[in-house]
Design a protein around this ligand. Structure first.
Ligand code: SF4
Ligand code: MG
Length: 321
């Protein structure tokens, strides 16, 4: 197995319009082939920006992004084009990315028409055969391919979005809140589908959610993001059982107990205030204004990610364990 997929993003800046917003700052982590890395954090913490940096929908102004051993940080769109098929995204609300006037079969065929296959452009018959194969893979019936997106439920539309993302045989699928807009029962179906596809196709996922119980269910490792930085990362079970970062502990304590099966009941840690603006982050530890354990040192010295035992890392001067 020579496949080695590694991402490290140093300081990644994303440009929103003319304003440069440092939404992701000094983030460094790897996604290993075949794993699901969960990424959690409050809305506005930079999760989506990070996702878009990873698939290079956003430019990166500093740092390094490596994909399968290759530095893709500064590749222009022409150089990125051959890599696009291998880096795909699934979005929260597929209806915004699905043209309402096109039939589902056409929508799934679109990436196949835009990107030539290894043997050049595909014939109409090849495209049609692949579309049917993809529909079956995600649990859509052939006759449904003639319909329009609005005729489908939210869960089915997400299946269409997944079929589109899988059309070109990606290696990494970045799923940005793929089930957040769905009812809980439908969430489970889509999560099971993603897990099944991962096993059958050997996919690697970066799975982003603000719902900790969803991430716990799907991820072998979990990364916690706060104000543009990863504050803790490690194997999901260990991280949930014994969070090392005060922010992780607060997040986990806010999950209603019945949904986190097997977890001991723990007192809820209430965070003070709202997250500060990423445009003007506090000095020192970015979490210090809200941290129950903050000291003078936290106000001036920024903690870097440091290794703990068991493949865990935490960015805190006073880890909880
Ligand atoms: Fe809290 Fe200090 Fe750790 Fe930041 S470094 S999380 S303020 S204890
Ligand atoms: Mg988001």
């Amino acid at each position: 197995l020579h496949l080695r997929k590694q991402f490290s993003v140093g300081s990644a800046l994303s440009r929103a319009g003319r304003q440069t917003v440092q939404a992701v700052d000094d983030v460094s982590f790897q996604v290993w082939p075949g794993e699901t890395l969960g990424l959690v954090g409050e809305s506005g913490c930079g999760k989506s920006t990070l996702a878009r940096c990873l698939v290079r929908l956003h430019g990166i102004t500093a740092g390094a992004l490596r994909f399968e051993g290759r530095d893709i940080t500064h590749l222009g769109s022409a150089a990125l084009r051959p890599l696009r098929p291998r880096l795909q995204m699934v979005f929260q609300d597929p209806s915004t990315s699905l043209n309402p006037r096109r039939r589902v079969g056409d929508l799934i065929a679109e990436p196949l028409r835009v990107h030539p296959g290894p043997q050049g452009s595909r014939s109409a018959g090849e495209v049609q055969a692949r579309v049917r194969e993809l529909a079956e893979l995600v649990g859509l019936r052939p006759e449904q391919l003639q319909r329009f997106p609005h005729e489908f439920s939210g869960g089915q539309r997400q299946r269409i979005g997944i079929a589109r993302a899988l059309a070109l045989n990606p290696r990494l699928v970045v799923a940005d809140e793929p089930v957040s807009a769905l009812d809980v029962s439908v969430q489970a179906q889509v999560i099971n589908l993603l897990a099944d596809l991962q096993e059958r196709l050997g996919l690697t996922y970066l799975f982003i959610a603000h719902d900790l119980s969803v991430v716990r269910q799907v991820s072998s490792r979990t990364a916690v993001m706060y104000l543009g930085s990863i504050v803790e990362i490690g194997p999901t079970d260990a991280l949930y059982a014994q969070p090392a970062h005060p922010y992780t502990a607060a997040l986990i304590s806010s999950v209603p107990v019945p949904r986190v099966s097997g977890a001991a009941r723990r007192p809820r840690i209430l965070l003070q205030g709202d997250p500060p603006s990423p445009l003007n982050p506090p000095p020192g530890c970015r979490f210090h204004p809200r941290c129950p354990a903050a000291t003078e040192r936290c106000r001036t010295e920024r903690p870097m990610l440091q290794g703990l035992s068991g493949g865990r890392q935490v960015a805190c001067h006073f880890p909880l364990n």
